[in-house]
Design a protein around this ligand. Structure first.
Ligand code: ADP
Length: 454
């Protein structure tokens, strides 16, 4: 029998993802340590874990971002591995490094891979050298405004200015014509400096009708790399995903394999290990371009789990334990169609303003093999101002897209939350929208159809 290294995992996160990770760890017989802020004393992840340690004040910077404190708790509680979830410290190379220095297994990629993908411009440089297709653009070090302006003129408008340190849809400006370039460059730089303490930008061609299609990859320590197919995340609001699905509607098998292979090339180029996602822009003519690589588990990973029947967190833990990937590329199953809808505490009637307060009542759709709800909240809990206002992820599966969509509508109709505003009705309208039913998708879908949906 193999002597597995991981015997206790500290989950450096909160909410639904902390609960989701604890469930898989328990299934594998591994104990879990939760950490929590003042705002999360009674949170579900605290209750689910085998032990829980307080880390600090409610603001993330005083708690879930306190790298050294989290390491100290891991040591005191004898946890020999840390799962960072998504957000917070998950893509922080210094934190991954700190884990390694303290002989704690970081359940994620090597430090160098996080570093390489942490800057959008460095990532693009590496991908160009690896032969991965990129949108035409400039991602070099020369940041002189006149030089960047000249680059934009050469590329041809519209162009997109992107903060190289950006994320979460922040630090991006679309420039429609040359005369607007310098002003938008300035405002983009100001936003990136205040949000990411770094004002470096890159310029690229702005595609007008792209889809966002991303590939889930996995790699181990034994030079095996596979992809677990794609997810279509084109339905976005302010560059934030709202509904994700797998497989991507209308993608040919040939294109799927081609994108999968390119994603594997990208992962190999940075010596990747564990779960990662290679995001592509997919153009109407079938060309696709590398956008960025996320070096963590994604929010939307459950749609991949539904179509493959695999547990991605279990794979992550096994890879971190040094085991080889359990399946070769040709053995990875794929069945049917899955959707994920993100249920938020927000008010669609009021420009999607985040809502806070107590959830007085919450009744979930009947969960079974085809309907899954990932949540870190139950009735009686509160949604605070301190964290992302996502209440739950509703994930459904069926044999084909139209059956899965019908299931999504049914589950949304059964999902009841009282006490604060949510986007459930909005998501139901979206799942009932003709253009969505026809899969007439691109990243501007919501802007185009917003009036029909609210
Ligand atoms: P972030 O790291 O902030 O999520 P991304 O680089 O992943 O930023 O881009 C977020 C979204 O912005 C994409 O999903 C896509 O909708 C849009 N986008 C990014 N680059 C382009 C581009 N060159 N042309 C058109 N849309 C783009």
């Amino acid at each position: 029998m193999v002597n597995l290294k991981i015997n206790k995992i500290l989950i450096a996160n909160r909410g639904e993802i902390a609960c989701r990770i604890i469930r898989t760890a328990h299934k594998m017989g591994i104990e879990c340590v939760a950490v929590y802020s003042d705002a999360d004393k009674n949170a579900q992840h605290v209750k689910l874990a085998d032990e829980a340690w307080h880390i600090g004040g409610p603001a993330a910077k005083d708690s879930y971002l306190k790298a050294q404190k989290i390491i100290d708790i891991a040591k005191k509680s004898n946890a020999n591995a840390i799962h960072p979830g998504y957000g917070f410290l998950s893509e922080n190379a210094q934190f991954a490094n700190l884990c390694t220095q303290n002989q704690i297994i970081f359940i994620g990629p090597p430090v160098a891979a996080i570093e390489a993908m942490g800057s959008k411009s460095e990532a693009k440089e590496i991908m160009t050298n690896a032969g991965v297709p990129l949108v035409e653009g400039y991602h070099g070090d020369n940041q002189a405004p006149d030089f960047l302006h000249q680059q934009a003129d050469n590329i041809g408008y519209p162009v997109l200015i992107k903060a190289t340190a950006g994320g979460g849809g922040k630090g991006m400006r679309v420039v429609e014509k040359s005369s607007e370039f310098l002003e938008l460059l300035n405002s983009c730089k100001r936003e990136s400096l205040s949000s990411f303490s770094d004002d470096k930008v890159l310029i690229e061609k702005y595609l007008t009708k792209p889809r966002h299609i991303e590939i889930q990859v996995f790699a181990d320590n034994h030079d095996n790399q596979v992809h677990l197919f794609e997810r279509d995340c084109s339905v976005q609001r302010r560059h934030q995903k709202v509904i994700e699905e797998a497989p991507a509607p209308g993608l040919s098998e040939e294109k799927r394999q081609q994108m999968g292979q390119v994603a594997i090339t990208a992962a190999k180029a940075i010596g990747y290990r564990g779960a990662g996602t290679v995001e592509f822009l997919y153009d109407e003519d079938g060309s696709f371009y590398f956008m960025e690589m996320n070096t963590r588990l994604q929010v939307e990973h459950p749609v991949t789990e539904m179509i493959t029947g695999l547990d991605l967190v279990e794979w992550q833990i096994n890879v971190a334990n040094g085991l080889p990937l359990p399946l070769a590329q040709a053995e990875i199953p794929r069945h049917g169609h899955a959707f994920e809808a993100r249920i938020y505490a927000e008010d669609p009637q009021n420009d999607f303003l985040p809502a806070t307060g107590k959830i007085i009542h919450m009744s979930l759709p009947r969960c079974h093999q085809n309907v899954r709800v990932d949540s870190g909240i139950i009735a009686g809990d509160s949604v605070s101002v301190f964290y992302d206002p996502m209440i739950a992820k509703l994930i459904v599966w069926d044999n084909d897209r139209s059956a899965a969509l019908a299931r999504l509508r049914g589950a949304l109709a059964d999902f009841q939350i009282a006490g604060l505003s949510t986007n459930i009705e909005f998501l139901h309208q979206l799942a009932s929208n003709d253009a969505f039913i026809e899969a007439d998708l691109d990243t501007h879908f919501l802007e185009k159809h917003e009036e029909e949906l609210i």
